[in-house]
Each structure stands twice: as structure tokens, then as C-alpha cells.
Write a protein that binds this ligand. Structure first.
Ligand code: 13P
Length: 268
């Protein structure tokens, strides 16, 4: 088992990558890692995540209350958002929040990343919904993220930024990198007249590859409510995780339930 000091060093290293890659400006962004069910390490509020040393890192409990922090450091103002992800996804061991330029531009424009444009993005992320706007540091953002957290490993935060989470810190960071790369490609393709999307069959083959690899985490290939019903999932259900798509929203289960009842009444 990696010791706590090593994990603090890893958080600093990922903070530096996020800063150096232009995924945050100034003191933006935050990172956390789960040590066990009652102890979590997190970045402090109000510091540049590009220049942290292990002494900066705070320890909190599952409610975000401080267990240990060196003088002058307080946990991230967004700790509630991190804690909600851990609470609702016991498989998650690390959470990364950043403001990457392209992903955040889509979040500001209110456009979820749903167009299947390249195999890696389809396999790694499926699509990326937008959690509705909430005031930072309040329960509004955790509540908005909660609607998507069971279905996806990355979400855009409306008019704010992006959030990714996974079973390791490196994997959570990689999801943030993949999300931003996907957003950047989609933006450029739109500038060039619009992307040529992968077909439903091509997407389904990629989903199948993901399933065969047994890749961890949540993804529309496995979890789209439509897929549960044996109907086409996510990319192929026509749309948008934020708009009229039934992926990852409460309506989907309701629609599935009603369909089931109607079919039962029809004796099918
Ligand atoms: P903290 O420095 O409090 O973590 O906040 C940074 C941020 O990006 C808030 O969204």
C-alpha cells in the first residue's frame, strides 16, 4: 500500500500537470484522493495547483470536515462536490475538477459532448453530459452532478468547468485529459464545417470492444437506461445527454417503466 506522503506527492504532481497543461488558471481546480471510507486527502482552497508541495494537502472525513491541515491551509471550497461523488460511487478513489478551455467553452455554451467523432473518445468516455449550473461551494453542484454520476465518469459543469473521477488518481486525470482532447477536436471539426460522425454500427462495435476489454467505470456502453431495455444506447439514441436524450436522466427509467407496463397490458 502506497503511503500517505507518496499520495500527497502524487496529488502535487497531478496539480502541476493540470496547471502546466492550461486546464486551470490562477488558483482554480481541485483534486482529492480517498484513503479509506473515513479519510480523504484534498487540495487546499485558494492556491495554485501548479506549485503545491505535500505540506499543502489537507485531510478530511467523509463529510468534508477537517481531520488535518497545516496552518494557513483549508480544504477546497468544492469539497462537498468531491464527497458526493465518493458517497454515490464507492468504486471511485480519486476526483479531479478543472476548467479546461475547450470543455469549459462547451459547458458555457450549454452543449454536451455527445457526437461520436473518434474511437478513443467513444471508448473512454462515451459521451459527456452537462450537470446544470450551481453556485460553487453550495450543495447545488453536488445535487446537479448526482443526476449523472451513476452513468458517466466525467461531466461538464454548466458555465463552470469539468469533473472527472475514477478508481485511481492517474485514471481520473487521464479522463480529464481525454475529455478536453475530445472537446478540442469537436470544436475544431465544427470550425471546419462540422464533424463526420461515426455511424451507429461503428459506435456499437467500439462499445463492444469496451465491454470485451472489461473496462472499469461507468459508460453508456454498459449503463445507458436504453441499453438496459435492449434499445439503442446513448450515441445512437439520437442525441444529447443534456437535451432530449434519455441517457442518464430520471425520465429514462420512467419511460422504460411505462413502456414495460403498456407492453404488459398489450400482452407482449
Ligand atoms: P478551491 O481553490 O477552493 O479548490 O476552488 C477552485 C475552483 O476552481 C472552484 O471551482
Amino acid at each position: 500500500m502506497v503511503n500517505e506522503y507518496e499520495i500527497k506527492k502524487q496529488i502535487c504532481e497531478i496539480g502541476k500537470r493540470i496547471y502546466d497543461n492550461g486546464m486551470v488558471a490562477s488558483n482554480d481546480g481541485n483534486i482529492s484522493v480517498k484513503l479509506n471510507d473515513h479519510e480523504f486527502l484534498c487540495t487546499p482552497t485558494g492556491v495554485s495547483k501548479g506549485f503545491m508541495t505535500p505540506e499543502y494537502i489537507c485531510k478530511v472525513d467523509e463529510n468534508g470536515r477537517v481531520l488535518q491541515a497545516n496552518p494557513g491551509f483549508k480544504p477546497s471550497s468544492e469539497i462537498k462536490m468531491h464527497m458526493r461523488v465518493y458517497k454515490e460511487r464507492p468504486d471511485v478513489n480519486a476526483v479531479v475538477h478543472a476548467h479546461p478551455i475547450y470543455a469549459t467553452s462547451f459547458a458555457i455554451a450549454g452543449i454536451p459532448l455527445t457526437q461520436p467523432i473518434m474511437p478513443e473518445a467513444v471508448i473512454a468516455l462515451g459521451c459527456v453530459p452537462i450537470a446544470e449550473y450551481g453556485t460553487p461551494s453550495t450543495e447545488e453542484i453536488p445535487d446537479a452532478v448526482s443526476k449523472h454520476v451513476q452513468y458517466f465518469d466525467a461531466v461538464l459543469l454548466e458555465n463552470h468547468g469539468a469533473l472527472s473521477y475514477s478508481d485511481s488518481l492517474l485514471a481520473a486525470y487521464h479522463k480529464m485529459e481525454s475529455l478536453e482532447f475530445y472537446a478540442r477536436l469537436l470544436y475544431n471539426a465544427k470550425m471546419l464545417g462540422g464533424p463526420k460522425e461515426l455511424s451507429k454500427q461503428q459506435v456499437e462495435r467500439l462499445y463492444e470492444i469496451r465491454r470485451q476489454f472489461g473496462m472499469k467505470g461507468r459508460h453508456p456502453a454498459d449503463l445507458c437506461p436504453n441499453a438496459k431495455e435492449g434499445k439503442p444506447s446513448c450515441h445512437s439514441c439520437g442525441g444529447s445527454c443534456g437535451g432530449n436524450c434519455t441517457c442518464g436522466n430520471d425520465d429514462a427509467d420512467l419511460i422504460a417503466e411505462i413502456t414495460k407496463k403498456v407492453m404488459a397490458q398489450l400482452g407482449k
